[in-house]
Design a binder for this molecule. Structure first.
Ligand SMILES: O=P(O)(O)OC[C@H]1O[C@H](OP(=O)(O)OP(=O)(O)O)[C@H](O)[C@@H]1O
Ligand SMILES: O=c1cc[nH]c(=O)[nH]1
Ligand SMILES: [Mg+2]
Length: 210
């Protein structure tokens, strides 16, 4: 399954709180960061470990360390920025690549306006972050950009996915795994996820009430 719904109680509790209609910008931001951390934990569960010896208080001790894994976190502007710090809390050495896409409100197609990738993408795990997977157009376009630049291990973290987006992403990029805190009911006629969170970018940046 390319899209994995994380069913951990902490994740379900927090994503539930995020659905409250009159949630404050502060609370929405905090919960976005908290769920991002938990999703990052799940998405890195298969990172290989290696043994190394440290001088501990009791003498030389063999400890586990992540085996030379390079990571780039890839927030999709704008709303993906809301998840960035949470993921970097877990992986403070990760580099950051940025993709700017905005969905055209009429066509629902992603319009590309910015990109800045770190080097050696072929040697890195790319961890894309964006709160919403609606039609999946923005996610598919971002994965296309990463693959064109050589990225091979691509993973995605989203807060809420629509079944339509799950199907489209699985079809376009069956090799990419995406962890989500919820798979919701459907998209409405404007391409918004129902029940969803509303406009995640507006809620994180405080650009619109409600
Ligand atoms: O799956 P899709 O149908 O492509 O929709 C999802 C995209 O829409 C939202 O961004 P938006 O275009 O609203 O930009 P913003 O983050 O600047 O608000 C969201 O953050 C995703 O990037
Ligand atoms: O439900 C949706 C769909 C796209 N973008 C959002 O922010 N929310
Ligand atoms: Mg938006």
């Amino acid at each position: 399954m390319a899209v994995i719904e994380v069913k951990h109680p902490l994740v379900k509790h927090k994503i539930g709180l995020m659905r409250e209609a009159d949630i404050s910008t502060k609370k929405f931001r905090e919960l976005t960061g908290e769920v991002a951390r938990l999703l990052a934990y799940e998405a890195t569960a298969d990172f290989p470990l290696e043994k190394t010896t440290l001088e501990c208080w009791s003498g030389p001790t063999e400890v586990d360390q992540i085996a030379g894994r390079k990571v780039t976190v890839v927030p999709i502007l704008r709303a993906g920025l809301g998840m960035l710090d949470g993921v970097l809390d877990m992986m403070p050495n990760a580099k950051v690549s940025v993709v700017g896409l905005a969905r055209d409100h009429e066509t629902l197609q992603p319009v590309h306006y910015f990109e800045r990738f770190v080097g050696q993408l072929d040697e890195r795990t790319a961890l894309i972050v964006d709160p919403m997977l609606a039609t999946a157009g923005s996610m598919i376009a971002t994965i296309d950009l990463l693959k064109r630049r050589g990225a091979k291990d691509i993973r995605a973290l989203v807060l809420v996915a629509a079944p339509e987006g799950v199907a489209a992403l699985t079809k376009a990029h069956p090799d990419v795994r995406c962890w989500t805190a919820a798979i919701d009911s459907h998209l409405n006629e404007h391409g918004y996820i129902i029940p969803g969170l509303g406009d995640a970018g507006d809620k994180i940046f405080g650009t619109k009430e409600g």
